[in-house]
Design a protein around this ligand. Structure first.
Ligand SMILES: NC(=O)c1ccc[n+]([C@@H]2O[C@H](COP(=O)([O-])OP(=O)(O)OC[C@H]3O[C@@H](n4cnc5c(N)ncnc54)[C@H](OP(=O)(O)O)[C@@H]3O)[C@@H](O)[C@H]2O)c1
Length: 268
């Protein structure tokens, strides 16, 4: 590697939605290790308590856990209010929580499938951003908001149609809201990846291997890695580093960008 960075987020306060597992957990850990105060969140209270305790032990700041379902507008409001009460202000919102609906066909999917995917993956990102941006504008905070999209959202065909539509929507949301709030010094950007190693990805690999007796889930994961120009699947730390960069002063002139973190998988 050429050049080496360390980030200092001491005194800054962040909310990371969907941060008990996977990439969100990696992002929360990256922020904690950089000294930030962090709110950990998911729908599952036991996980929230456990992860908040785990991260607090390694933190020089403060970590709190807030159980909130991002499909529920009142719970999103409570999440943000609790963060402001605990830390005084919010400097960074990472809109990470998402679901991967398993429908095989847009024709056969139900309106309930559509609403669920849209509520978690799009409406929640919009509503949390709207509330946090209003808080930042009111208090003159030149903060940052990072959305989580996916390379599925760049594509026009392929599996996971509903998921892809939600992520294409996040691309558009990022451009438009970034443009609106930049005049207040608030920078909105997005991170995007294609295959990053999380329990969801292991589950996907297991499903594929179930239909193919010649391959194990490990084979599937290895093949996915080999298909990336850099020869490996992503790790949560890769996305955490992208968030640390985008929210930092190193990216002070970066607005409305979708940073693709996929070992070159985005070029396929
Ligand atoms: N992994 C990949 O290869 C990949 C590729 C492209 C994009 N992404 C994007 O990366 C982000 C994280 O994905 P991931 O793979 O790390 O997912 P993950 O491992 O499934 O973790 C998702 C997290 O979100 C929480 N969550 C789910 N629904 C929620 C809700 N309604 N309210 C609050 N929290 C909720 C989950 O906890 P509970 O279920 O306990 O609530 C969990 O903590 C997503 O935006 C995803 O679209 C991932």
């Amino acid at each position: 590697m050429v050049g080496h960075t360390t980030f200092d987020y001491s005194g800054e306060s962040a909310i990371v939605t969907g941060s008990t597992k996977g990439i969100g957990h990696g992002i929360a850990k990256g922020l904690v290790d950089a000294g930030a105060n962090v709110v950990v969140n998911s729908r599952t209270e036991g996980d929230v308590i456990e992860v908040a305790e785990e991260l607090n032990e390694r933190s020089t700041g403060e970590v709190i856990g807030v159980t909130a379902d991002m499909t529920n507008l009142a719970e999103i409001e409570a999440l943000i209010e609790t963060a402001i009460d605990a830390f005084g202000e919010i400097d960074l919102l990472v809109n990470n929580a998402a679901v991967w609906p398993h429908e095989e066909s847009l024709v056969k999917a139900s309106i309930e499938d559509w609403n669920f995917a849209m509520d978690v993956n799009v409406r929640a990102q919009y509503y949390a951003s709207k509330l946090v941006a209003a808080h930042m504008i009111e208090h003159g905070i030149e903060g940052s908001i990072v959305n989580h999209t996916s390379q599925t959202g760049d594509r026009r065909t392929g599996r996971r149609g509903l998921y892809g539509i939600t992520k294409t929507a996040i691309n558009g949301f990022t451009w438009r809201m970034a443009h609106e709030i930049a005049e207040h010094g608030i920078r909105m950007n997005a991170i995007s990846t294609d295959v990053t190693e999380t329990y969801q990805l292991h589950y996907e690999a297991e499903m594929i291997a179930e239909d193919d007796p010649d391959r194990t889930p490990e084979d599937v994961l290895r093949e996915w890695g080999e298909a990336r120009p850099l020869g490996r699947v992503g790790q949560p730390e890769d996305l955490a580093n992208a968030v640390l960069y985008l929210a930092s002063d190193a990216a002070s002139y970066v607005v409305g960008t979708i940073l693709r973190v996929s070992g070159g998988g985005n070029l396929e």
